[in-house]
Design a protein around this ligand. Structure first.
Ligand code: PLP
Length: 394
């Protein structure tokens, strides 16, 4: 089996798993309890906070634990909106290809009277900082742009955007869920005010993540109850998950450079191989992309059938976002970079991990080629394209 859907989730690392199991076994106290085992859990929690803060250049008190990336995105955006509202600022800038945790939160705010401007992501899948700057108005309270896109892997000019936001006194949030643990992220150099992360995208457990909140920014609690997390997130902390997340992040950061070099070589081998399939195209900028992300469109086929047939061949991949799979709408990300509906339907995302070998890459290239050819052999759209009744786009 070849697992090529690391953008959807990753397998837990051995070290993270060991941390999690040992905390569950031996460190089961409630961090809010005053007796020893509770205090031991509290220490574990604070050690994880220190360790995570160090990796991203933050202070421990700037790390707020959440149930994952979606919650962190919701809390970041709703907090910035609440601050904006208080100051009479109700304009937010984002981009059209954000994760739904961001887009749906913005839609909710729109119904509450906020105005949303979505920056163009262009054909290469990259937001232009100067266009973000041009969109800033006196009533802009937040810019939220993702660090790297989860479907097409394009890395955004976060530093430049961060600098612009700081110069204009506008809060800057970045959904860094796909970036953290894979490419260098530092809240100081990136000038981020709010930043979301999720453990299961860097070989940690599911259901745990964090929000970085620059000191001085008042976040709104989404969950009312106890005074955990400085009163910003009620509920007994997920100590085993948080400890495992810290282990996974530390490990990922230590291996990052080495992994990025080998992954990039494999990614490029895969891209070169898939390019040989006629009427195919890489989605998103080739250079500014995550080391493990490959995303292609193939004309004349249906992404869903491609995935099922690849699964039969032992390859686990995705057509893009797990959240939209099962729906017949093409990916909002591919539409945002200008792919037409027909082409966007024939998409394939292969997000590879460190465990894959060059032989696995070659197997993927061969299998995708075979499946695309097979599907085209009885596709009515492909027949029309080949007979000239319809024009090829790719
Ligand atoms: C996976 C993902 C999320 C959601 O994170 P969860 O922990 O699954 O809630 C948000 N944003 C991006 C870019 C993602 O890839």
């Amino acid at each position: 089996m070849i697992y090529a859907d690391n953008a959807a989730t990753t397998r837990m690392s051995e070290a993270a798993l060991n941390t999690m199991i040992s905390v569950i076994h031996e460190n089961y106290g409630n961090p809010s309890s005053l007796y020893s085992i509770g205090q031991r859990a509290k220490e574990t929690l604070e050690e994880a906070r220190r360790s995570i803060a160090e990796v991203i250049g933050a202070e421990p008190r700037e790390i707020l634990f959440t149930s994952g990336g979606s919650e962190a995105d919701n809390q970041a955006i709703l907090s910035a909106a609440a601050i904006g509202r208080k100051n009479g600022k109700t304009h937010i800038i984002s981009s059209a290809f954000e994760h739904h945790a961001v887009l749906h939160t913005l839609e909710k705010l729109k119904k509450e009277g906020f105005e949303i401007t979505l920056a163009d992501v262009h054909e290469n899948g990259i937001v232009r900082p100067e266009e973000v700057e041009k969109a800033i108005r006196p009533d802009t309270c937040l810019v939220t742009i993702m660090y790297a896109n989860n479907e097409i892997g394009t890395i955004q000019p976060i530093r430049e955007i961060g600098k612009i936001c700081r110069a204009h006194g506008v809060l800057f949030h970045t959904d860094a869920v796909q970036a953290i643990g894979h490419i260098p992220v530092n809240v100081e150099t990136d000038q981020a005010d709010l930043l979301s992360a999720s453990a299961h995208k860097f070989h940690g457990p599911k259901g745990v993540g964090f929000l970085y909140v620059r000191k001085g920014i008042c976040v709104t609690s989404l969950i009312e109850g106890g005074a955990q997390e400085n009163g910003k997130r009620a509920g007994t902390e997920n100590v085993p998950g948080i400890a495992a997340m810290a282990t996974a992040l530390k490990e990922a950061a230590a291996r990052m450079q080495e992994d990025a070099v080998s992954l990039t070589a494999k990614r490029d081998r895969l891209i070169q191989g898939l390019r040989r399939i006629p009427h195919s195209a890489l989605n998103g900028d080739e250079a500014h992309r995550l080391p493990g992300n490959v995303n292609f469109c193939f004309e004349g086929i249906e992404g869903e059938s491609l995935l099922l047939l690849l699964d039969d061949k032992g390859i686990e991949a995705s057509s893009g976002s797990a959240c939209t799979s099962g729906s017949l709408d093409p990916s909002h990300v591919l539409l945002a970079i200008g792919r037409v509906h027909d082409v966007a339907h024939g998409s394939l995302r292969l997000s590879i991990g460190e465990d894959l070998t060059d032989a696995d890459i070659d197997t993927m290239i061969r299998s995708v080629g075979e499946v695309v050819e097979y599907l085209r052999s009885f596709s009515p759209i492909w027949r029309d394209l080949e007979s000239g009744k319809k024009q090829h786009i790719l």
